[in-house]
Design a protein around this ligand. Structure first.
Ligand code: SF4
Ligand code: SF4
Length: 465
């Protein structure tokens, strides 16, 4: 018997197993000896197996691996993925993001935007705002003509949207949203939210979410997220979050971790509990990872996703996470994390199969439009003109981004983890494919050794483990 790993357990499965249904193509299979047997993953079929030592001896490793490698031709897998995308796309909201200014009231040590001297930090002009609203209005008409009930979300991004100089613009944007019955989502550092209560609170029913980044608790947060005028920010942000919650507005706190603030995770969850956030249905406690996708910061406290995953699982085993935690950093590791039932509500709603992230997927059409009406696809590139995908006036396309997928490179098509890694982050792959690939492979090995192997040991009957 082979064992299929899914749904937090290993389950007996008669040979040949699902991978052979409609087989015909042999995919590269990741495999590694573990617990007296072999762990094997067909990432293209998304199947993970444990083969006991006795099976290996009886049938031979190569014969078993060649059976597990089988699957339908790539065209069939791609067709199936496209059908899934189409289905999900029809149910998904239409989203568009706008950056009214690149100006920000904080100077966070690791910010990829604020230290760029070429960034135009003026608030959007009346003329450009009108052009953006004309574009947004046209898109809303189109979306609703096709499906009147489809929700529309306008996201505010920056810079920091909640700064006083941007208030008249934010007011106009909210008026537009109220007239067109559009939901609003905001990404903010939370510091200036109180200056906007008069706009936010009356609109509470239409606010999809306010996302607030926190780096830790109290002084620790203050030391990393420095206000431009040197003031502490943490207590004010917490007060603002609580006002939003009392008004019935959904809030997502985002704790962004690296080696230097990992110790804050436990403190933050205790703080969230004390604030009543852990069991508040309006709150999501998101956990993200500090990264360096363009390989340009040289910041050495970054953890790989598998390492952060392992550290958080250890923390969870000491003190279980609140139910409203939401991981936001699992990419290559996500399919295995889901099989281990350890993905902690990570929701990659916009990500297609064979894609590393939503930016490279066709499922979510969201783009970011800035105050100069330049258009960007990936969150991490907003404001960096090298990655602009066009302009509102001249047109734009996400086509190049969608070419980055498992099937776009020979190395990835022939890679045992190609169906999970899908070529990695497009920015990293563009900058240095070799490094990106090396780091993805090392990350996967770490995942197997430090996360999957210990979990698997707990799932296997005592003799196999
Ligand atoms: S980037 Fe490297 S590790 Fe990722 S799928 Fe391609 S070949 Fe495999
Ligand atoms: S390409 Fe994808 S993974 Fe890379 S920075 Fe952009 S959104 Fe993130």
């Amino acid at each position: 018997m082979l064992k299929l790993m899914e749904d937090g357990a290993v389950q007996e499965c008669r040979r040949p197993g699902p991978a052979q249904a409609g087989g015909g193509t042999a995919y590269p299979v990741y495999h590694r000896d573990l617990h007296g047997g072999m762990l094997a993953a067909n990432s293209f079929m998304d199947e993970v197996w444990f083969v006991e030592g006795g099976e290996l001896l009886a049938h031979g490793r190569d014969a078993i691996l060649s059976r597990l490698a089988q699957g339908p031709a790539p065209e069939a897998l791609i067709r199936e993925a496209a059908l899934r995308t189409q289905r999900l796309k029809e149910a998904a909201p239409y989203e568009l993001a706008f950056c009214p200014t690149y100006s920000c009231n904080l100077r966070c040590a690791y910010c990829y935007q604020q230290f760029d001297p070429t960034l135009d930090k003026r608030v959007v002009s009346d003329e450009n705002l009108s052009k953006f609203l004309a574009y947004a209005g046209g898109m809303i008409d189109k979306v609703r003509a096709a499906r009147p009930e489809r929700p529309v979300v306008l996201q505010f991004f920056g810079g920091e949207p909640f700064t006083r100089p941007a208030k008249p613009v934010i007011k106009k944007l909210f008026e537009f949203c109220r007239e067109r019955k559009v939901h609003v989502a905001v990404t903010t550092n939370g510091v200036g939210v109180d200056d906007f209560f008069d706009i936010l609170l009356p609109y509470h029913g239409y606010i999809a979410k306010v996302g607030v980044t926190l780096d830790g608790v109290g002084e620790f947060h203050d030391s990393r997220r420095k206000s431009r005028d040197g003031r502490d920010t943490f207590d004010g942000i917490v007060r603002n979050i609580n006002v939003l919650l009392r008004a019935g507005i959904r809030v997502m706190t985002s704790l962004t971790l690296d080696k230097s603030n990992l110790g804050q995770a436990e403190r933050f969850f205790a703080f969230a509990e004390a604030q009543g956030w852990s069991d508040n249905p309006l709150v999501e406690l998101s956990v993200a990872r500090v990264d360096d996708r363009k390989y340009e910061t040289g910041y050495d406290a970054i953890m790989s996703e598998a390492r952060l995953f392992k550290e958080l699982l250890d923390l969870n085993s000491r003190k279980p996470f609140p139910a409203n935690i939401r991981f936001a950093f699992l990419k290559t590791s996500l399919p295995l994390a889901a099989r281990l039932r350890s993905a902690f509500n990570q929701n990659e709603a916009g990500r297609d199969k064979f894609r590393y992230c939503w930016s490279c997927s066709g499922l979510d059409s969201m783009v970011y439009v800035d105050s100069g009406l330049d258009v960007y696809r990936c969150t991490y590139t907003v404001g960096d003109k090298r990655f602009r995908i066009g302009t509102l006036a001249g047109g734009f396309s996400t086509e190049e981004w969608e070419k980055h997928w498992t099937w776009g490179r020979r190395e990835c098509r022939e890679c045992p983890i190609g169906g999970y890694c899908s070529g990695g982050c497009r920015l990293s792959a563009q900058k240095d494919f070799e490094r990106n690939c090396r780091e993805e492979k090392a990350n996967f090995e770490y995942l197997i050794e430090h996360v999957v192997a210990p979990k698997l040991a707990g799932m296997l009957p005592a003799k196999a483990a």
